[in-house]
Design a protein. Sequence first.
Length: 644
Amino acid sequence: MSSSAEPYKNQRYWELKQQCKERKQLFEDPEFPATSESLFYKNSPHGIVEWKRPKEISDNPLLFVEGISSQDLNQGSLGNCWFVAACSCLALKEDLWRKVIPDNKEQEWDPNKPENYAGIFHFQFWRFGKWVDVVVDDRLPTINGELIYCHSTERNEFWSALLEKAYAKLAGCYEALDGGNTADAVVDFSGAVAESIDLEAGKYTTDIPQQLKLFEDLLKVNERGGIISCFIKATSQSEVEDRMRCGLVKGHAYSVTDVRKARLGQGLMSFFKAEKLFMIKMRNPWGKQEWNGPWSDSSEEWEKVGSSERENMGVTVKDDGEFWMAFDDWCKYFTGVDICRLINTSILSIQKTWDETTLQGCWTKHADPLYNRCGGCMNCKTTFLQNPQYVFDVKKDEDEVLISLQQRDLKIHKKIGQGENLTIGFMVFKVELNREFRIHSLQTQQNVATSTYINARTVFMRMTHRKGRYVIIPSTFQHSILGDFLLRVFTDVYSGCRELVMDKPLQTCWIGLCGYAQTVTQVHIVGAEGLQNQDSSGGADPYLIIKCERQTITSPAQNNTMDPKFDTQAIFYRKKPRKPITVQIWNKNTVQDEFMGQVILAASTNDPSTTQRLQLRKKGRAKADEMPGFITLRTITCENLTDL
């Protein structure tokens, strides 16, 4: 077992197996017994269930028959096509399934050493930020001698049935897997970051540029080892698993097994023709019933593609549940797609890498509202800021940021009539460059991104931000809802992502000597205009230096402008409120930076909080003298340190 995986229920595979071998007994799992409570919590299977070991089902049981394939799997009587679709995707990724099915050769039946078999298997899943190792025995539920849930095409192959049993153990019972999301299972198999896209809402059928952008994105995800699944939404329960005239099934999860641009034409002509087909390949977890429209297995359209290209794409006429579609048809018929990206965080990789921060948090309630952490979404205006808050920095001039908010899986609570996902989401605010304490007012903060709020296990967002400091506020939709979550933030370089815990500076034993903050001031510099430098023939790269007591804040430079739009904020907890704040503008130069003017702010509680346009002035003894240009800014000062 991997040393990084934590034993589930404190069951250690190697220790339990050794005990069974010493006692010459086959393992019986006390944590997931061969009883009805492991099968269902409400609806029992139709028939008399017998728990059988593989040796009682097949004369020659094996974990794998001629390796592992996406075509091994078939869905049973359980409505878990989402899980089977994820297994199909897993089978295509050797580096992933070897992690999920560790020690696969050691776990395989060995007819030459039957004494090594102990009826025990183990599988690993990524759960809420860590890998867990789940042990199961090999007793599988059957009716009339046939497996009733997930099973392989080959009667003597058992990897999928045993994997499903381990996953059902995590969920509490098999019935808890009835209904779910393919992306959730894929994340559990890989630790990937899941993104769900509504193809109807995004108008991918009619918006061709959006359609092409999505195809290129899916192509890149597929080439980089990511996992993709899709589905057609059922508008009512009666439509679930209803077969459409085109052969597709509603309310059903499909695994995407390939994405590519196919060349038209035969032989060398295919290399010189510019025309290409945008194609996507899928598999139905039922192992049958395919798409029967254009580019289906037996359609004449394939004559447009060379035989070598058809062979390379694996085009067959066998009804194995796997088929190709043109991408525009796919956008037309499918209503949603789940994209699971395997984020590369390796420092040794030659491909694009990311810096990852993973933080666990809770929505909790406290008698003192100041310490509440379950404030609900922005609609709950008086409580929203009581949610957990996380700060991170964008250190490049511009950077793509990936944010994933995942709630703890609640399937295990289905037995007691609960287990539904909370409706969750998050907002991102651009804040002061030096913010170290929690936000208490949104009047002075800029909302730069808002995720969807949905009752999904994971909410994901990709965005591009300018250099600066940002705060993420994850929340449930309604206030006073309790739960656990996992926040993952990916940036190009280290972001310093961390939770903002304190509301204001600590009062320490050094207060008598060093003093304590009397007021808090926020300075927001909107921009400047009419600047001049010594070399009047050229432009400037102006930036700000803001000084308050012993603190100095420097803003990013604005390139080649005399009228910079700074949109920069700073916040100061001031021990000496009568000491002014200085805002200077400097021109960034290669040899020596040039002073372009300053303003000195009293920033008292009596100052207006409206935006001011102030004349720039010189520094030193001549600080009363004017300099070319004006600066536009706003200051807010409060005596209550938790007002901003």
